[in-house]
Design a protein around this ligand. Structure first.
Ligand SMILES: [Ca+2]
Ligand SMILES: [Ca+2]
Ligand SMILES: [Ca+2]
Length: 178
C-alpha cells in the first residue's frame, strides 16, 4: 500500500510504518503514533492539514476550522486569534462576525442581551436596531427566542413562581417552535 492509498481512506501512516492513525489527528497537539511522529515538527511543517482543519501560522499545528477567531487561542503561537488573520476570516454558516475585534459567535447570541463578542459589538445598539431576528422586543434592540416568549406569557398568567411548573405541566404547545 502506498501513501496515496492511505490518504484516500482518511488514514496516515506513522513514520515507523507500524501504525495508521486518522488524518484528522496528525499535528493536532496530541500523540497518537507510538513513535510520536504525528507531532514531529519536521512532519508538521510539511503536512497539509485535514480539510476541516486550519494550519497555525507557525506551520506546526492543525486546529479545527471552527476554532479560528472564536475568541480563545488554540494555536501555541496564538495565530488563530491574530487580528490580521481574523479581519480576513469568514465565519462559518450560523455564525456572526463581531465588528471591531473579528471573532465568530453563534447567531443566536447576537442582541440577546448578553455580551459575547470581546469587543461587545453583538449588543451594540447600532448593530441591534439593524439586526433581523425572529422575535424582537419593542425597544427594537433585543432578540429573544420563542421559548422565552412562551415563558414570559406564562409568567404574566401564573406569576413567576408557578410559571415553570405550568410550562412543564400544562402548556400544550411544543415549547420550541421555529
Ligand atoms: Ca496527533
Ligand atoms: Ca481559537
Ligand atoms: Ca450577545
Amino acid at each position: 500500500m502506498n501513501d496515496s492509498y492511505y490518504k484516500s481512506v482518511g488514514l496516515w501512516k506513522c513514520q515507523d510504518g507500524l501504525q495508521c492513525i486518522n488524518r484528522y489527528e496528525v499535528c493536532d497537539g496530541k500523540h497518537e503514533c507510538n513513535d510520536k511522529s504525528d507531532e514531529d515538527p519536521l512532519v508538521c511543517t510539511q503536512y497539509n492539514c485535514h480539510p476541516r482543519k486550519w494550519k497555525c501560522q507557525d506551520g506546526l499545528q492543525c486546529i479545527n476550522r471552527y476554532e479560528v477567531c472564536d475568541g480563545k487561542p488554540e494555536c501555541n503561537d496564538r495565530s488563530d486569534e491574530d487580528s490580521v488573520v481574523c479581519t480576513h476570516w469568514k465565519c462559518r454558516a450560523g455564525y456572526w462576525k463581531c465588528k471591531d475585534k473579528p471573532q465568530c459567535i453563534e447567531e443566536a447570541l447576537v442582541c440577546d442581551g448578553e455580551h459575547d463578542c470581546n469587543d461587545r459589538s453583538d449588543e451594540d445598539p447600532a448593530v441591534c436596531t439593524q439586526y433581523n431576528c425572529t422575535v424582537k422586543c419593542q425597544d427594537g434592540l433585543q432578540c429573544i427566542d420563542w421559548d422565552e416568549v412562551y415563558f414570559r406569557v406564562l409568567v404574566l398568567k401564573y406569576g413567576e413562581s408557578n410559571a415553570m411548573g405550568s410550562a412543564l405541566n400544562t402548556w400544550q404547545m411544543p415549547l420550541t417552535v421555529r
